[in-house]
Ligand binder design. Structure first.
Ligand code: SOE
Length: 392
């Protein structure tokens, strides 16, 4: 794509599911949005030289590195995009920020509060020099959730009293699904809680504008041993029957109740065992004047109950969030034609590039993501030995 805009040269670490998704976003964003800087897919890094070259060819990256440190050292890269498991986030992000590179880091920000605090401190020091960091809570950029936030901000549902959030997947329901890095605490930090519960926490806080101040939680692991090897299909699949087993060291499911700074209360559930629910990221908010409800499996809609309407004609209505007046949608297809999972990631790139060009800190900042990390940690403290209520 030829352009006379200044380049934003991107270096990315990791090229699996999230890497492919981010590659698509970097490539697509300037084709649909008028960005002030032009993202270039400059360098892709991964440890396996042959595999990273193949991935770079397929996804459109100009060059490769086999060591992320070499990537961070390069003068021809302006931004590092981290799409690796959580155990590597802190080291890569801090090195990149110290080298003067902007950073986009996948969620959850880190595997511990201590790592997240160091990352947030590095991001603050970098911001003073005009170098910015953002965490990839991509669901914020789903038009329906962005619209929900807008309606809350306009006072359309009044004072928020309840937040109900569920993130339901089923890719581990099959006990023969193979062991993966997502089930190994030393790599992923936690299980359903950090992988998908973190999205719910961020979305609840983003839409409501409130902050979680206390939690009480329960974590459980239903299947403790899983086959090593086998064939991955999507996130799950079929493990090998003859390769032995690995021990699952994370939670399979998490539930927790929460109090928010306004006095509102919330209930949350995150699981990979909700058979039949593939990616049902749901959020319902009840206020004094109305309610909003969202389900990612129906992501182009938002349910709205306007409690100010006469009882005779009141009821939940379905907003088709595909009109040009809705967040992000005007840059895509004609009304009613709808968007998909990948668009949240493209919008994430759009907002990040705009913030960098404007010289303002993008959101969610590492500070905001540290806040989510503290909520995750408080839930783990609560669940450990049934320790009850924990302040965040
Ligand atoms: C797996 O549970 C996963 O890919 C998450 O890691 C993503 O963040 C979520 O968007 C979809 O599910």
């Amino acid at each position: 794509m030829s352009t006379d805009k200044p380049a934003l040269r991107v270096g990315m670490v990791g090229y699996a599911f999230m890497g492919a998704m981010h590659s698509h976003a970097w490539r697509t964003a300037p084709r649909f949005f008028d960005l002030p800087l032009h993202p270039e897919l400059a360098v892709l890094a991964g440890r396996d030289g042959r595999a990273v070259k193949a991935a770079a060819g397929k996804m459109g990256w100009a060059d490769t590195e086999v060591d992320w440190r070499a990537l961070v050292d390069r003068d021809d890269v302006d931004l590092i995009d981290i799409c690796t498991p959580g155990d590597t986030h802190a080291e890569i992000a801090i090195a990149a920020l110290e080298a003067g590179k902007h950073v986009l880091c996948e969620k959850p920000l880190a595997n511990s509060v201590e790592e997240a605090e160091r990352m947030a401190a590095a991001a603050q020091a970098a911001a003073a020099k005009g170098v910015f960091a953002m965490c990839g809570f991509s669901y914020r950029r789903t038009p329906a959730l962005a619209l929900a936030r807008r309606l809350v901000g306009q006072g359309r549902i009044g004072t928020i009293r309840h937040i109900r959030a569920q993130y339901l997947q089923d890719w581990l329901s099959d006990e023969t699904a193979p062991m993966t890095w997502r089930l190994d605490r030393s790599r992923s930090g936690s299980g359903a809680l950090g992988d998908i519960g973190a999205h719910s926490i961020d979305a609840a806080q983003y839409v409501s504008g409130l902050r979680v101040t206390g939690v009480s939680g329960l974590l459980t692991t239903f299947v403790n041993e899983r086959p090593l090897g086998g064939t991955l299909v999507g996130l799950g699949g079929q493990g090998a029957s003859d390769g032995g087993t690995g021990t699952v060291t994370v939670d399979d499911a998490a539930v927790f109740s929460a109090r928010f700074d306004s006095g509102a209360i919330g209930v949350f559930e995150a699981t990979r065992f909700a058979l039949g629910r593939k990616n049902s990221m749901r959020l319902e908010v009840n206020g004094s004047l109305g309610s909003l409800a969202f389900d990612f499996e129906n992501m182009n809609s938002l349910e709205f109950y306007d409690g100010t309407q006469p009882a005779e004609t009141s009821g939940f209505s379905t907003i088709n969030v595909t009109e040009p007046v809705h967040p992000y949608t005007g840059n895509w297809w004609p009304a009613g034609h709808g968007l998909g999972y990948e668009h949240g990631f493209t919008h994430q790139v759009v907002d990040l590039v705009q913030a960098i060009a404007d010289g303002v800190a993008p959101s969610p900042s590492f500070d905001e993501a540290l806040g989510v990390q503290k909520v995750l940690h408080a839930i783990e403290r609560s669940a450990a030995n049934d320790s009850g209520w924990q302040h965040v």
